[in-house]
Structures are given as C-alpha cells and as structure tokens.
Design a protein around this ligand. Structure first.
Ligand code: ELE
Length: 291
C-alpha cells in the first residue's frame, strides 16, 4: 500500500520554477514517509508546464528521490514521446499521463491508441491518470481492458465504485485520487494519491500506519481531522490555497502558483490563517493520540 503525493510546483514571483523550494519541499515529504511523488500532476500544474519545464522538474526531483511517477502527458504527442525518451536515464517508479483532453467527444479508439503508444515506447511502467471531471474523458475499466501492459491507474474520482471496478476486473495497481477517500483507498485499493499530503504528510502517514495495523476506526478518526483542513483549502480555491497551507502546517515557503491560477489575496490569506489557527491544535493532538 502506498501513499502518493502530487506535489505542488513552487514558482518564483517572476514565473519560473523555484528549484530550491521544490527540492526543500520534496525532501520534507520523503522524510515524513511519503512513498511516491507524482510530479507534474494536477496539483503540480502539469497542464501549465512546458515540456522543458517537465524535464527540469524531473531533474530537480530526482536529486531528492527516485520514488517518482513522472506525469508527461499533453496535447502534443511529439513532446510527450520526447519526454518518454528523456526519462530513460532515470531510475524511477514509472511514467503517467492524463488522457488527451479539451477536445470534445474524442473517439475512445484514439485515446486507446494514445496509451498503447506510450506503453510501446516507454522505458518505464506506464500509469494512466484518469480524471474525467478535468479531462472530460473517462478511461473506464472497459477501455483500460483493451490496453495490454499497463502498470496501473490513478482514478481521480469521487465515485469509489468506479475505482473498485478496475481492481475487480483488471490486474493492475489502482489508486484513487480523491482527497476525501484516503483511508478507503488505502484499505481497498493499492493506495491513495492526495494533494492534502503536501501540507499534512504526518496525518497521511499516520492513516497508512493505522490501516496497515488493521486499526481502521482509528484511521477514520485521523481522516476526520484531515477533512477539516481539506475543507479550508476548498474554501479559498484549493490549487492556490495549497501554497499557503504548506507554510502554515509545514513551516516553509513553496513560493507561488502560476497564473492564471492566481495567488490568494492578502485578505484571503489572513482569513485562511485564522481558519487554520482555530483547529491547528487538533493536528498535533491527533498525532499524539494515534501516533
Ligand atoms: C487530485 C486532486 C483531486 C490530486 C493530482 C491529483 O494533483 O495529480 O477535490 O479530491 O477531486 O487531482 O487533489 O482533488 P479532489 O491526483
């Protein structure tokens, strides 16, 4: 069972990747027990990154750990195949891609062909990143069944039955990517991919430990606290709130998101800080109680 964090990508004020901050952040996540880092995911603003930047992030991350799933999808297949080639020299867990997105009503045979091409050309195990709410396309288990050689799938989906179907009908690793299904995914699937792990790695590791010890009810108690901070993130726009929450709960700066995902305003930051202050004691209390 694995806990996977799709890391935030720190940008500088002038919109470049902030290497030092990215490194510091990943070091902290690994130290706190995160098993795998999912780079260039949604939380990492994958669709806003150029192919060169995706490479740069792979290089910086690899200085910290090889426990990486390298998300390299995009709408220019040449770029994606070049990134696959480039990844050859890195000893990583695997590569991943979301399905081609934006274009409406893509014939599923094209999407299948896309993933088959990745499997054929990849030097690493290939994971499908299914996020129908974002891509407009659902790589359901019936489509997945038509692609041989896939290593696994991350299903970012609030419909847990949908995630369970992959486990039931396919012999691959299955992770659910909804922040609110961590304990459920650790219990019934191969693990969880959760953005909340960026700012709550201790609570995430604790959920894994309790599930592995069979203490599911305790894990649910920890998850209740996890939920409270997730709710705060969503109140302000989670993609940008992540940057402030890392500072509040982990104590270091991860820079800025990339516009048009705008950073929170000063007023929003103040309100968020007040929200965190109200429940921050609970974070340490729950760690002491169950840790
Ligand atoms: C998820 C989001 C999902 C994380 C990634 C992820 O960033 O690559 O609101 O729970 O659907 O996409 O954290 O957010 P919710 O897999």
């Amino acid at each position: 069972m694995e806990i996977i964090v799709p890391n935030v990508t720190p940008f500088t004020k002038d919109n470049r990747i902030d290497k030092d901050r990215l490194k510091e952040h990943l070091e902290n996540l690994i130290e706190k027990g995160i098993d795998i880092i999912f780079i260039n995911g949604t939380t990492g603003m994958g669709p806003s990154l150029s192919a060169e930047e995706k490479k740069e992030i792979l290089n910086i991350s690899y200085d910290v750990t090889g426990k990486i799933i390298f998300q390299l999808g995009g709408l220019n297949l040449d770029d994606t195949l070049n990134l696959l080639q480039y990844s050859r020299d890195f000893d990583i867990i695997g590569v991943a891609s979301y399905s081609p997105y934006y274009y409406p009503q893509l014939p599923s045979k094209w999407v299948i062909r896309y993933f088959k091409t990745l499997v054929e050309k990849s030097p690493h195990p290939v994971y499908v990143y299914n996020f129908p709410a974002a891509t407009g396309f659902d790589m359901n288990y019936e489509l997945m069944k038509q692609i041989d050689g896939l290593a696994g799938l991350k299903d970012t989906n609030d419909n847990f039955v949908h995630s369970l179907q992959y486990k039931r009908f396919l012999n691959i690793k299955v992770y659910n990517g909804s922040d609110y299904l961590t304990v459920q995914s650790l219990t019934y699937l191969d693990g969880t991919v959760t953005a909340g792990g960026n700012y709550m790695p201790e609570l995430l590791s604790l959920q894994k430990k309790l599930v592995s010890e069979g203490k599911i009810n305790d894990a649910f108690e920890v998850q209740k606290t996890y939920y409270k901070f997730l709710d705060i993130a969503r109140k302000y726009g989670q993609m940008s709130a992540h940057y402030i929450l890392v500072k509040e709960l982990q104590g270091y700066d991860v820079g800025y998101p990339r516009e048009p995902l705008y950073p929170l305003t000063e007023d929003e930051i103040k309100q968020l800080e007040a929200d965190v202050k109200e429940i921050k004691n609970e974070y340490t209390f729950i760690l002491d109680k169950y840790g």
